[in-house]
Design a protein around this ligand. Structure first.
Ligand SMILES: [Zn+2]
Length: 273
């Protein structure tokens, strides 16, 4: 599932390739992924010019002129691929956007995703993005102090706090693993019990984990805009059940944490501390 490093990389590539392009035509094969009647969606997109493309959390935000936003979420995963022309389009896709210069963007979801078109007012009311928390690596205001403030007075486990998109946008069950390992925290550790030092370590662990993966173009099993895999695959504890902890050599275990799995070093990340 794509998380912040993959979406950051994808939105940068999209911005570089598509900025100032004019949308010529759109085909929608999966009607449920758009938020308007299909004809309306297509008519509104046609003729629009692409402005800045950025992201918030796991959502790609494409500014369109005149006044509109195309919001893209890949859900469990998928491919957004740029083709120079209609040659070589994938067999399966849910949506195609063709540009005036002949380039074609194909959007395909593994399961289900969203491609929503809203105006400025609609953006404020767009439930799925309006309540997103700050996006690490993107929002300059997301400092250590800002993060420590967010934790104040909060309840629940540190894992559910960090993977809740309303608190911090962009982290899911992939990058949470090494984030918590770097901070020496068990996933079920209560936010309320964290010391100031642990909060600070958690911020560092999160930023380091996300930055490293983003610098390598995201996960090796996810594809970028050019259909190339990312370069990140060396997790510290994530998905390394049965292997040795890189810090202390203890065997890494996979545990159930609510509805999700976690990979931890039981020595470095003790429970109930
Ligand atoms: Zn260890």
């Amino acid at each position: 599932m794509p998380e912040l490093p993959e979406i950051l990389n994808l939105s940068r590539q999209m911005d570089r390739e598509l900025r100032n392009q004019e949308i010529q035509s759109v085909s929608v094969l999966q009607e449920k992924c758009v938020n308007l009647p299909v004809d309306d969606f297509i008519n509104k997109l046609r003729g629009k010019r692409v402005g800045e493309i950025t992201h918030r959390g796991k959502w790609v935000f494409m500014r369109l002129e005149p006044e509109a936003w195309l919001l893209l979420n890949l859900g469990m995963g998928g491919n957004v691929i740029l083709h120079r022309d209609r040659e070589g389009l994938p067999d399966k896709y849910q949506l195609l956007i063709e540009f005036a210069d002949g380039a074609v963007l194909s959007i395909g979801f593994w399961w289900f995703g969203y491609v929503h078109l809203v105006d400025d007012e609609g953006l404020k009311r767009h439930q799925m993005t309006a309540r997103l928390g700050p996006t690490p690596l993107r929002d300059p205001g997301f400092t250590r102090d800002c993060f420590i403030n967010l934790l104040k007075g909060r309840k629940g486990s540190v894992k559910s706090f960090l993977t809740n998109q309303a608190n911090v946008a962009g982290i899911g069950n992939v990058y949470i693993q090494d984030t918590l390992f770097r901070a020496c925290l068990h996933p079920l550790r209560g936010v309320q019990s964290l010391t100031e030092e642990e909060k600070s370590l958690l911020y560092d662990g999160m930023m380091e984990t996300l930055r490293e993966a983003a610098d390598l173009g995201g996960l090796a099993h996810e594809k970028d805009l050019y259909d190339r895999p990312g370069g990140f695959e060396d997790f510290l504890v994530g998905y390394r059940e049965g292997k040795e902890c890189p810090r202390c050599g203890t065997v890494i275990v996979k545990i159930k944490t609510g509805s999700t799995s976690s990979y931890i070093c039981p020595q470095c990340q003790p429970e109930g501390k």
